[in-house]
Design a protein around this ligand. Structure first.
Ligand SMILES: *Cc1c(COP(=O)(O)O)cnc(C)c1O
Length: 379
């Protein structure tokens, strides 16, 4: 019997147990404690951002970013249709409306179509981008760095500046990805727009079980996000709350795991790069990452005309894979939302299969996956 090869699973072989044991022994288990502060500082240093705020999940981080940037029911937000639902739902949490755009060949938001949309479908008046269809103020873009790739931030930031749009970077899948050239050389995914969000969910490149981190360069926004994440407490003693806050803080136990995971992030990326190259060497045609960045190689995307057959047969061979997310504008809660020229997302939705990419995938595992894919395709 062959062993089961999962798609993407945690790799917990470093100092996780040691740090968690320390947190438990010290009985600091909840939403305060030194591991939280240290984890925030370590992420801040690693990503070279000014501020980092640990929170309960990536989704919570996106929600807090939208509130802190002042997005509300008067506003619309430009989002990609090809992404995980958690990038879009928070727009609804703040009672704003999403507008769905296409991806380019990087699978991330298409900057050309973004420009076209702003030009053709909107008016720019009083420094506000107004949607001709609804007369509403489009105030922000959520850019998602899909599968560890870097979206075209050079063009997207130019467009955002031109039309006075806030930029939220959903970098939940792209911790560690940075530009190696160009205007944003050495800048990490998540640190280019107004606010960036990382996730430490179980399938991400590093995990805390569940958790997220918000990074930003503006002190006021950072303070606001931390304030909102801790029940908007204005007085510690008398429990005065002047705003509606949230219980979105990360726990010290999760942060203890996060610190140990972050210690190994570069090692994980190296392994993922090696395995990516091994697939390519064995003629497995994976989508490439943008050449102007060092990606974190989080997820591998294989292109096939026989998506469903391949997934099913790999499953029979105990190899776990999955199709890309069902496009969000086609999902029930969003089927009446506005869309603009969605073409490539349909193409990639039909063709992409994500194949095993865990950082503990062995050389033999990769070769077995390659061999099995070829056998299926030649049968
Ligand atoms: C994982 C993920 C999120 C949400 O992160 P959680 O920590 O699971 O809430 C958001 N957006 C994208 C694109 C993701 O992959």
């Amino acid at each position: 019997m062959e062993k089961f090869i999962p798609l993407s699973v945690p790799n917990i072989k470093g100092n996780e147990l040691k740090y968690v044991e320390k947190a438990l022994k010290e009985e600091w288990v909840s939403t305060a404690g030194s591991f939280i502060v240290d984890f925030e500082n370590n992420i801040k240093d690693y990503t070279k951002s000014n501020f980092a705020i640990a929170c309960q999940s990536g989704t919570a981080g996106i929600h807090l970013a939208l509130i802190a940037l002042g997005i509300n029911s008067e506003n619309e937000v430009i989002v990609p249709t090809l992404t995980f639902i958690a990038a879009v739902n928070p727009v609804k949490y703040v009672n704003a409306e999403p507008i769905f755009l296409d991806c380019d060949d990087s699978l991330c938001l298409d900057a050309k179509k973004l420009q076209q949309f702003c030009e053709e479908e909107c008016n720019f008046v009083d420094n506000k981008l107004i949607n001709k269809k609804t007369n509403k103020h489009i105030k922000a873009i959520i850019v998602v760095h899909i599968f560890g790739n870097m979206a075209n931030m050079e063009d997207i930031m130019d467009i955002a500046n031109k039309y006075n749009l806030k930029v939220i970077e959903d970098a939940t899948e792209s911790l560690g990805t940075f530009y190696t050239q160009g205007k944003y050389k050495d800048k990490f995914a998540g640190t280019i727009g107004d606010v960036g969000i990382y996730s430490f969910n179980g399938n991400k490149i590093i995990t805390t079980g569940g958790g997220g981190m918000v990074v930003c360069s503006d002190e006021k926004i950072a303070k606001k996000i931390k304030y909102l994440s801790t029940q908007a407490k204005d007085d510690e003693v008398y429990f005065v709350h002047n705003e509606i806050g949230y219980n979105y803080r990360m726990t010290n136990l999760q942060a203890a795991v996060g610190i140990a995971q972050l210690e190994r992030l570069e090692e994980f990326i190296k392994t993922k790069e090696q395995n990516y190259n091994l697939y390519i060497k064995n003629d497995i045609n994976l989508l490439s990452f943008n050449k102007n960045c060092r990606p974190n190689y989080w997820f591998y995307s294989y292109l096939t005309d026989e998506r469903d057959i391949l997934i099913k047969k790999l499953q029979e061979n105990k190899i776990q894979t999955r199709p890309i997310w069902k496009l969000i504008h086609t999902l029930k809660p969003y089927k009446n939302s506005q869309t603009y020229k969605i073409e490539k997302a349909n193409y990639y939705y039909d063709k992409v299969v994500n194949i095993p990419c865990s950082s503990n995938l062995s050389y033999d595992d990769v070769l077995y996956v390659c061999k099995t894919i070829k056998e299926i395709e030649n049968s």
